[in-house]
Design a protein around this ligand. Structure first.
Ligand SMILES: [Zn+2]
Ligand SMILES: [Zn+2]
Length: 111
């Protein structure tokens, strides 16, 4: 079960959608990375890693963090201010530098 959230900056209104479980993946016979999508539970059991969306709080760069090859610095600006997008609650907005992200209660959903 995945939990979906939407965070909205209370300064500029920039919205970011977040899912709590990222994109689990497995490696197929040819060595290629394959994503397992819900509700493919057979495939999910074979998953060895997870790509989860992260946001750089310094420049606003959004990217996927690979759990098997995590990075600590932003590939765009080299700042060490990377947070998972589903943990954005209360984090400063990198777009307007004035507001903070708050969870949008209206968009909370479970799939
Ligand atoms: Zn903002
Ligand atoms: Zn950055």
């Amino acid at each position: 079960m995945a939990e979906g959230l939407r965070y909205v900056c209370n300064g500029c209104g920039h919205a970011i959608e977040a899912w709590s479980d990222g994109n689990p993946y497995y490696i197929d016979e040819t060595g290629a990375k394959q994503y397992a999508y819900h509700p493919d539970h057979e495939r999910l059991d074979q998953c060895i890693g997870n790509d989860s969306p992260h946001l750089c709080l310094s420049c606003g760069h959004e990217f996927m963090m690979d759990s098997l090859a995590p990075v600590s610095a932003c590939s765009n600006c080299a700042a060490h201010k990377l947070v998972p997008t589903y943990q954005l609650d209360g984090q400063p907005c990198p777009y307007c530098k004035a507001g903070v992200f708050v969870a949008d209660p209206d968009s909370h959903c479970i799939s």
